[in-house]
Write a protein that binds this ligand. Structure first.
Ligand SMILES: [Zn+2]
Length: 162
């Protein structure tokens, strides 16, 4: 297969639209990047956290979400979440991803390979997830009152070289 004509302005525009489409399905993307940065900064721990929508999490694990934590080698850690639950909205998926993020932080920060999943640990992860989602929610509510000023790209188009 011929590689795309990367130097072509139409190709650049088309690829931008494809990437945008994927990005709207990448739930909690900023938080995931922030957790990776947090782990590097505080624990010198290098992992990429990858979202893995799945149809089997609920049947395999009896839960809506799950995670695997990599060793400190730059390997990916994975957050799996049930993708096709009939009563499940985007908000609930985002909550579960936030919940798993705390399992990852906890495991890395206390140097354990397998996250704790007893009742107490689960409810602490819920506290983290509710707080993180609440912060996002407050941010979006504030933005709505000022026409989403901080979310918008003001003054497009720009140039990188003048
Ligand atoms: Zn959990």
């Amino acid at each position: 297969m011929e590689p795309p004509k990367f130097g072509d302005c139409y190709t650049a525009g088309e690829i931008a639209q494809k990437i945008y489409k994927v990005s709207t399905e990448t739930l909690m993307a900023h938080s995931i990047r922030a957790v990776e940065g947090y782990l590097r900064q505080h624990y010198d721990f290098d992992t990429a956290i990858v979202l893995q929508p799945s149809k089997e999490v609920l049947s395999d694990m009896g839960r809506m979400s799950w995670c695997s934590v990599a060793s400190n080698t730059g390997d990916p850690s994975y957050i799996f979440y049930q993708d096709d639950h009939p009563n499940w909205e985007k908000s609930h998926k985002r909550f579960c991803i936030a919940h798993e993020l705390y399992h990852v932080i906890w495991a890395v920060g206390s140097s354990i390979k397998t996250p704790r999943r007893d009742r107490t640990a689960e409810s602490v992860c819920d506290i983290f997830a509710n707080e993180l989602c609440r912060c996002h929610d407050t941010f979006y509510a504030e933005q709505a009152t000022k026409q989403n000023a901080d979310l918008r790209f003001q003054g497009l188009p720009f140039k990188s070289v003048t």
